[in-house]
Design a protein around this ligand. Structure first.
Ligand SMILES: Nc1ncnc2c1ncn2[C@@H]1O[C@H](COP(=O)(O)OP(=O)(O)O)[C@@H](O)[C@H]1O
Ligand SMILES: [Mg+2]
Length: 310
């Protein structure tokens, strides 16, 4: 237990604030468990000359890091590729799996190929105009391909609204998608490696599961385990397990699902799920008797042994 663990946190995506919380929660937990832990804030892409990050890793002889960055550069494979090259053990998914799960359109192409239910969709790129007048699924959801925390998610009820939302999002993001809106029960399934955790049912008190409802205490009701009959729960777990397997996800992860007419439509996979003590995955783990500190210890142990398999 004498090795020093680096907790890479912060990052420079729109989810920075959440990443700071995730990182601090993991760092404090590792300290409680007797680890030496160093928090390293990757607040901007850095020049090699003042690459504080590498210096900190070397100075502290850090051989294992926990990645606690939602969005870039921690959830999209950038950091994973760098760490892989440096021979440093890191938590969670490989560079390839992280990149594939960060881009919802690529994840959904894999789902389609693997016959994993996912809403109909269309990819739109700023530099590659497509004719979306053939889109027939209303209401439609418009969202960035590479984003999180429900940032940028919009709904359109007709072609005019769709045009407006596409224009707006394309002014902010290079790559966006239009998706069929699925009206159903919102569920999420956490994983510790291949082990699935109890399904959580997500019930926002008002509106959809947007940024406010995700991070405001009391705004959303979480039911663990989700009230489902045994057969439905088994089917959902089976689909979620296939989803993480298809993308090659490892470590802790979370699969977001909307259940409609007994079909679990998979929206996306989070390869760096929120890890504050009140986040979804830690709560699902807690329901199986794995408290937050045990979960963080599991993440470190998993990171230490996994380098060769990535
Ligand atoms: N196709 C859809 N049908 C219904 N609701 C959706 C759909 N896509 C997104 N949402 C809503 O928006 C939220 C965020 O979308 P999601 O695809 O999970 O992106 P992220 O969580 O990465 O921002 C979901 O939790 C859900 O409430
Ligand atoms: Mg989501």
């Amino acid at each position: 237990m004498s090795d020093i663990i680096g907790v890479l946190y912060g990052g420079y995506s729109n989810e920075r604030e959440v990443s700071l919380k995730t990182g601090i929660a993991i760092h404090n937990s590792l300290l409680r468990s007797g680890y030496k832990s160093v928090l390293i804030d990757l607040h901007k892409p850095d020049k090699l000359a003042n690459w504080n990050f590498l210096k900190l890793l070397a100075e502290n002889e850090i051989k294992t890091v926990v990645i606690a960055i939602h969005g870039t550069p921690g959830e999209d494979g950038i950091l994973q590729g760098f760490l892989e090259l440096s021979g440093i053990n890191y938590s969670g998914s490989s560079a390839r799996a992280a990149m594939l799960s960060m881009d919802k359109t690529l994840t959904k192409l894999i789902f389609r190929n693997e016959k994993i239910p996912t809403p109909e969709f269309m990819t739109i790129q700023r530099k590659q105009p497509v004719d979306f007048s053939c889109w027939r699924h209303y209401p439609a959801v418009i969202k960035p391909a590479n984003e999180g925390s429900s940032i940028g998610v919009e709904f359109a009820y007709n072609e005019k609204e769709l045009n407006m939302s596409i224009g707006k999002l394309l002014s902010l993001y290079e790559k966006i998608m239009v998706e069929e809106f699925i009206e159903g029960d919102e569920l999420t399934v956490g994983f510790m490696g291949k082990r699935s955790l109890p399904i959580i049912k997500i019930v926002p008190k008002n509106g959809f599961y947007d940024y406010h409802n995700k991070y405001t205490k009391g705004a959303t009701e979480y039911i663990i385990p989700a009230p489902l009959d045994k057969l439905s729960a088994k089917r959902i777990i089976e689909v979620a397990t296939r989803a993480v397997g298809s993308v090659g996800i490892s470590g802790v992860s979370r699969v977001d699902i909307i259940l409609k007419n007994s079909i679990p439509y998979v929206l996306e996979i989070n390869s760096i799920p929120g890890m504050t003590e009140t986040s979804l995955l830690p709560n699902a783990a807690k329901a199986t008797g794995v408290d937050f500190d045990s979960l963080c210890r599991w993440i470190v142990k998993d990171a230490s042994k996994k380098q060769k398999n990535k």
